[in-house]
Design a protein around this ligand. Sequence first.
Ligand code: B12
Ligand code: SF4
Length: 566
Amino acid sequence: MGFSSADRPQLVQLGAPSRAAAARPPKRGQGRRANARKVESITLCSATLGEDGRHEPPLGPLYIAAALEAVGVAVDFRDFQLHEDAHSFSGDVLARFLAGHREIVAVSCFVDMLPAVVAATRTLHRARPETLFLLGGPGPTSCAERILQEYPWITAVVRGEGEETVAEWIQLLRGERTGAVAGMVYRKGAELIEGPSRARNHDLDELPLPAYHLVDWSRYSNARIITTRGCSYRCSFCDVTALWGNRSVYRGLAATVAEIELLRDRYGKPSIGIVDDTFVLNRDRVRAFCRLLLERRTDIRWGCFGRINLMTPDLMELMAEAGCCAIFYGIDSGSQQVLDRTVKRLNAKQIMPVLRASARYFDCIEASFIWGYPFERLDDFRRTFDVAAEAATLAPVVNVQLHMLSPLPLSPIYKEFPRALREPEIEDRHWLLLPPIFFDERATELRKLVRAAPDIYPGFYSFTTPALRAKRRLLERSMRALNRTVGSALFDERRARLLKEEAVAVEQELLAEPRHPADQIGVGLAVSYFRRLRLHALFEAGAKPFVGQRGARHVRERTEAASSNL
Ligand code: B12
Ligand code: SF4
């Protein structure tokens, strides 16, 4: 069901009321009281999934839960990633997960789960049409207005940072305020009201902490925190700047470390993922953070998002001393032409020296590459492949990821090439960033939604890209090498050890074999895969596999720091 363009609701853009006017109680007889609701409780669902079978508490929805509790709303919190069938490509599973919901259902998701959320809310609406549906998070933010135009059962969508917006919406529903709510689009009768943009929150330490008390911590492997909102780079394939603006807002370090210690002490999580888009953006701040952890002997293990051009040996050393054991690098291409064209602000020559140095300090390094740009020639792709192959020789400490570019709705690259979308094909399935909705047989309903409104869901598509077949041939060769290597562990006793224990000599022997970059990548992926299996088994057995083996101890024992070639 959807609106045809002829009967789409009219969008009314409203300016912000003055603070005094907004907070003024409505006058008698104005009629608003008649529609006012009590809004005592809400069902709030995080519909974002975990990765590799690991789960961490979803921060965004927990910040929203805290904001709701602050205005007196009891939150029935549900985390869909913990459902055994969460990866089922089905709106019905999510709808069943939400059974017994309150009169308002708020759902948070990223682009990948948006069709499932839309399908689930449609099912719930059919069963209980009086329910109000509020969506938020990066997925709905990207096309808030279009969602409301297309799906008449959805009541409102919050854009971006949601704490203040959701609180004001509740006040509006209760009849406690008037005027448009900034930072959201919502339905009022037949009209869509678009509030003005909401100014970014510049005092993050004023916000209540995420409502950690609402989750069952025994279900999560690690904790997660965010210490900066936004990123000041403008990589053209990314939508972070569009979602958060290009000004980074930092939390205070004392408050950040206090939160980390709370997660460690009250919730028993000494391993923490710092999910700032680019944690190392302000290196002096990172140094101060590390020194504070060391001074306070906080003794946690943590991971973060780094950036190749910002890493120096002394920074890595200090981070490792302070417990950093995992780092993610969005490298995104090995070709300088593509790096420049995407405004990545990175010199391709820095990539390998930084990866090699990082491998001396950190346990787990994700080296993420993207391919499939509309302007990526075959020789650009080969450069990416060559760098990825060199990075793969550092497996399993370095794990290479090769994603096919997903056109995120708010990314500058999608705005530049809106007509270059194509449906991915079965050959692309291993490399897609978002779920393979176009060829998974369970995804019929979601596929229909995506095909009916590609502008809402461009991330499921790919871009047309030069020399696709030749690129695929190289990628397929990597997959064959990966499968061969994993398969060989079933028959070769020496290699079979890798399934159970770390055997560096066997890994080195495997990594020394390949001559072709495609084979090198495949073998590197296999070596990393063996390590993931081992970690998973340890985790299932109740151990703490994410405690670093390099980290602080490694740095203290290390003798070759001076030989860094950065
Ligand atoms: C941690 C993280 C992950 C984690 C965990 C996600 C989780 N369960 O929470 C993992 C590694 C699993 C992951 C995976 C993916 N991620 Co991710 N991830 C992030 C990251 C780095 C931090 C998320 C976070 O906690 N932010 C901090 C909180 C405070 O912000 P927030 O969630 O946006 O919440 C605020 C608002 O959005 C809003 N809000 C949020 N929910 C709700 C709900 C309601 C009702 C309301 C009113 C408001 C509201 O208010 C919140 C507070 O102000 C972000 C980048 C970023 N810095 O945000 C990318 C990001 C969210 N991921 C992204 C993507 C694309 C993915 C993947 C699809 C692909 C991939 N491999 O990266 C997968 C898909 C996951 C899945 N299957 O569902 C994109 C999303 C793009 C988009 N427009 O949707 C982002 C923005 C990064 C990027 N640009 O590439 N991710
Ligand atoms: S890709 Fe990373 S560095 Fe670039 S704009 Fe996005 S978050 Fe910032």
